[in-house]
Design a protein around this ligand. Structure first.
Ligand code: TYD
Length: 224
């Protein structure tokens, strides 16, 4: 980390979204490192989780033993973890002038529990806007990927070949197709916030797309 730490006035909040296996976590880490090399402080956080309370909620949410969990329960647990994350980590970091990168945020709730799980997206949006005090990312990078390819990538990642997936990943293929369609619908409805990136390309090429946009946002804020 260079000695001169640069602060962004009011911070900059970015989220990375996409179906399981799209490579969000890798991209979030690459972006964090590149920003830090420019002397910018970064908070990288993941959902569900990111705080001790949130990590506890994450264990319940992803436990395959709770197959009976209802969609209503999921919505409230995910947004409870998010409420904690916003107050305990994201808002304080933005106030300190950091760039916050969230590996998933409220769009995951709208898409997985709404388009995937069948609850009304408008209700989920309302619950989440209350839970997050209306905090939305300035930019959401959507890594878009063919559903079969995404799940194949997850299986390949598992070295002993016995991939079973967590509770969400085990859901049927059609669920994951609805998730992808949901993401694309959200992106079409919010073009001012979403940047859709084809996630079949190389890790380096995807990173460059994300970097171009982030760099131009930071230039506008006179930081780079
Ligand atoms: P995780 O292991 O973090 O998956 P990934 O690496 O793909 O992000 O598990 C998160 C899972 O939870 C993922 O399948 C998406 C799902 N999810 C929801 O269903 N609703 C939500 O609000 C969030 C944040 C995640």
């Amino acid at each position: 980390m260079p000695e001169n730490i640069k602060k962004v006035k009011n911070g900059l909040f970015l989220s990375i979204e996409g179906p399981d296996g799209a490579g969000k976590t890798t991209q979030a880490m690459l972006l964090k490192t590149r920003l830090e090399n420019c002397g910018i402080e970064v908070l990288l956080t993941r959902e569900p989780g990111g705080t001790p309370v949130g990590e506890g909620i994450r264990k319940i949410l992803l436990n395959p033993e709770y197959a009976e969990m209802t969609v209503a329960c999921e919505i409230l647990l995910y947004s409870a973890a998010r409420a904690q994350l916003v107050r305990q980590s994201i808002n304080p970091s933005l106030k300190m002038g950091r760039v916050v990168i969230s590996d998933r945020y409220l769009d995951s709730n709208i898409v997985y529990q709404g388009f995937g799980g069948g609850e009304r997206p408008e209700i989920i949006e309302k619950i989440n806007l209350w839970a997050t005090e209306g905090l939305l990312p300035e930019i959401t990078f959507l890594l878009d990927l063919d559903v079969e390819n995404g799940l194949k990538r997850l299986q390949e990642r598992d070295k002993n070949g016995k991939w079973q997936g967590d509770r969400v990943e085990q859901k049927e293929l059609d669920f994951h197709r609805r998730v992808r369609r949901g993401y694309l619908a959200l992106a079409a409805n919010h073009p001012e916030r979403f940047i859709v990136i084809e996630a079949e390309g190389s890790t380096a090429a995807i990173h460059e797309r994300i970097w171009q946009k982030t760099e131009s946002l930071l230039r506008k804020k006179n930081l780079l």
